[in-house]
Design a protein around this ligand. Structure first.
Ligand code: IPE
Ligand code: IPE
Ligand code: MG
Length: 224
């Protein structure tokens, strides 16, 4: 049985769910947050150590301003309401991506990271204004500056996922088979699961089924 340390998720399909059931994309984002809570809870139950959630890509700035504002308000309220509870559950929160939001949100994100930085049970990377290509360019620039040898290990140290193992599993919900600029380096050997369900309808059972399938896969890493 394969050990499972790190699950990464592209949480896609909120907008379509919202339009289908509530006539509003934003209602889908709100519903998607409930799935986030479920998956965090189940990850702890399954003793998974790292969970990386793609919440907003560098390309998502091309959406209508109204939707972007709604998303960041949702995030702000979620953190205000839930950070103490996450902290009490021994969850560490780290933002990956570039924190260039409003001063207020930047502060809230930094204080949430600081508050939970020593927690051990589950480490959540929340990918916000994240793009894998720009992460890689920055990593190469900083590695070059450091004058260290250019090799895989040293480059990994300059990625925002430094010091954590690469994802064992990558899940994308929403019936779309693409990576959308997410963790391109880190998923070199991840087992990839594309799910038909939209993110708000994805549940613990779907998650457990994926974990069960993953555990049975023969992972070769180039060997036979
Ligand atoms: C993913 O859901 C969440 C974000 C990108 C913030 P979408 O908003 O992309 O939902 P669809 O793909 O349009 O249904
Ligand atoms: C990927 O979803 C980003 C997040 C889930 C945050 P998108 O909906 O933005 O991806 P594309 O544009 O369909 O590839
Ligand atoms: Mg989408």
């Amino acid at each position: 049985m394969n050990p499972l340390k790190h699950v990464a998720i592209i949480m896609d399909g909120n907008g379509r769910w919202g339009l289908k059931y509530k006539n509003s994309r934003n209602a889908g984002h709100k519903a998607g947050l409930k799935t986030v809570e479920k998956i965090i809870k189940e990850s702890i139950k399954q003793k998974i150590k790292y969970l990386t959630l793609y919440a907003f890509s560098t390309e998502n700035w091309n959406r209508p301003k109204k939707e972007i504002n709604f998303l960041f308000n949702l995030l702000e309220n979620f953190l205000k309401d839930r950070i103490i509870d996450l902290h009490n559950k021994d969850i560490k929160l780290k933002i990956i991506g570039v924190k260039n939001f409003s001063t207020k949100l930047n502060k809230l994100l930094s204080s949430s990271e600081k508050k939970t930085s020593k927690n051990k049970k589950l480490h959540i990377n929340l990918a916000l204004n994240y793009g894998s290509k720009s992460e890689l360019i920055n990593a190469f620039k900083n590695l070059h500056k450091s004058k260290k040898k250019i090799n895989e290990k040293n480059l990994s140290m300059y990625l925002q996922t430094n010091n954590i193992p690469d994802p064992d599993i990558l899940i994308r919900t929403g019936n779309t088979k693409r990576l959308s600029n997410f963790l391109l380096w880190q998923i070199a050997y991840s087992e990839i699961f594309f799910e038909k369900k939209l993110w708000p309808e994805f549940n613990e059972n779907d998650y457990l089924n994926i974990i069960k399938k993953f555990k049975q896969i023969k992972r070769n890493f180039g060997k036979i």
